[in-house]
Design a protein around this ligand. Structure first.
Ligand SMILES: C[S@@+](CC[C@H](N)C(=O)[O-])C[C@H]1O[C@@H](n2cnc3c(N)ncnc32)[C@H](O)[C@@H]1O
Length: 242
């Protein structure tokens, strides 16, 4: 599916809105990652955007990106020198207990039943290994706007109890969930308008909305109402799927 958009996919992260989304998402994801050494697998790596984000921390001994799309992998290989492997997320081509951290950013929205995939991720993670992923919130605003929404929603949406339950069934523990884009969906339309008024004003707008979202995400009553959940879960010390 992504083969046809591979050449231009990374362009979406270059413009004002793309940089806004990347910065926002990255900050939230990094906050949840407490595995700061060892080897990392990024599932659904696309153009390798998140492999490059993690590489900038300089903390990990090995970074591997996996994607089902050969064209996306071609793009990722031109952008960084890490290991990029072709494969399907539900049948990971790695032996058990290989990684300390698995990330999966922007891929779980293509999967309705997360359990088989989560089980396989559990298998390739070492004991106490960490999984961090994003998933779309079933109760987000955009799908409810129908044709008025700025983007179409033919993606899998999940509720918080549903995500927690699927993680538990797949043998994960210590689940932590935050959400992003709480305000974003309501102010989206303002971004291009402000951008045309002034580049400088746009930057102020960007920084203000990111700060507002960070404040909102720290409040117990707003942290689970965003458009997208960012989830962290761990493999228990003693569990093994071998
Ligand atoms: C929205 S893109 C996200 C790319 C990247 N993680 C990022 O944040 O820039 C989703 C990626 O998941 C990949 N993908 C979708 N289903 C997959 C599967 N079953 N196994 C592996 N990769 C998959 C697509 O080829 C695409 O590159």
């Amino acid at each position: 599916m992504y083969d046809s958009e591979a050449e231009t996919y990374e362009d979406r992260y270059q413009g004002f809105e793309g940089r806004y989304l990347t910065e926002l998402e990255t900050n939230y994801i990094i906050e949840l990652i407490d595995t700061t050494t060892g080897s990392v697998l990024d599932i659904g790596t696309g153009g390798g955007r998140f492999v490059r984000v993690l590489n900038r921390t300089g903390q990990y001994s090995q970074l591997v990106g996996l994607d089902v799309s050969a064209e996306m992998l071609k793009q990722s290989k031109t952008r960084s020198p890490h290991d990029f492997v072709r494969g399907d997320a539900s049948q990971l081509p790695f032996t058990s207990n290989t990684f300390d951290l698995v990330t999966a950013i922007g891929i779980f929205e293509y999967i309705e039943d997360l359990v088989p995939l989560l089980r396989d991720i559990n298998r390739v993670l070492a004991p106490q290994g960490q999984l961090v992923f994003t998933v779309h919130n079933q109760h987000r605003l955009f799908p409810r706007l129908g044709e008025w929404a700025p983007q179409q929603y033919d993606v899998a949406l999940h509720s918080l109890p549903d995500v927690r339950f699927q993680l538990m069934v797949a043998g994960f523990t210590d689940t932590e969930i935050t959400s992003t884009f709480y305000f974003n969906e309501y102010v989206w339309a303002g971004i291009p308008i402000l951008e045309t008024i002034s580049q400088r004003l746009s930057r102020v707008y960007l920084e203000t909305t990111i700060s507002v979202q960070h404040c909102l995400a720290s409040l117990p009553w707003t942290r689970h109402s965003g458009g997208q959940f960012i989830v962290s879960a761990k493999v228990p010390v003693t569990q093994s799927f071998e």
